[in-house]
Design a protein around this ligand. Structure first.
Ligand code: MG
Length: 157
């Protein structure tokens, strides 16, 4: 049986913070605000995987209030989701994701992101597809005040 799930995330951006995306640091003058590393792509993928598995969402598994996950690197969250899938004998068939931001250009970083995400999830990088879009200058993302990501995952049992 095959099962699909979707995920979405958005983080506000502020000057002088590290931009962590897809498990790697991308050189940029702004980064996400928040108590985690603010990796919008990894968080959207977590939610897509949890959704496909019927396991709720990222807030259920990694609450802000749990010191265990405070300041956790988002790849650790993906590793935990991977263990939840493995316990249920669910295999990741593929992931597809979109990162929406005006800047920086992400294409040159996709290969490193796919490798980092694939390693955390225990799958081949060829099962992960990443895309970048701008928001055409519209709204908070268009003004560079936020970064957003969407993901879809397909699992097989
Ligand atoms: Mg998030």
């Amino acid at each position: 049986m095959s099962r699909s799930g979707i995920g979405y995330d958005l983080h506000r951006l502020a000057a002088g913070r590290k931009l962590v995306l897809g498990g790697i640091e991308v050189p940029f003058e702004k980064g996400p605000v928040g108590h985690s590393d603010g990796d919008a792509l990894a968080h959207a993928i977590c939610d897509a995987l949890l959704g496909a598995a019927g396991l709720g969402d990222i807030g259920t598994h990694f609450p802000d209030t749990d010191p265990k996950w405070k300041d956790a690197h988002s790849l650790r969250l993906l590793e935990h989701v991977r263990s939840l899938l493995e316990e249920r004998r669910l295999r990741i068939m593929n992931l597809d994701a979109i990162v929406i931001t005006e800047r920086p250009k992400l294409g040159p970083h996709f290969s490193a992101m796919r490798e980092a995400l694939a390693q955390a999830l225990g799958i081949e990088a060829s099962r992960i597809n990443l895309k970048a879009k701008t928001n055409e200058g519209v709204g908070a993302v268009g003004r560079g005040e936020a970064i957003a990501a969407q993901a879809i995952a397909t699992l097989e049992s």
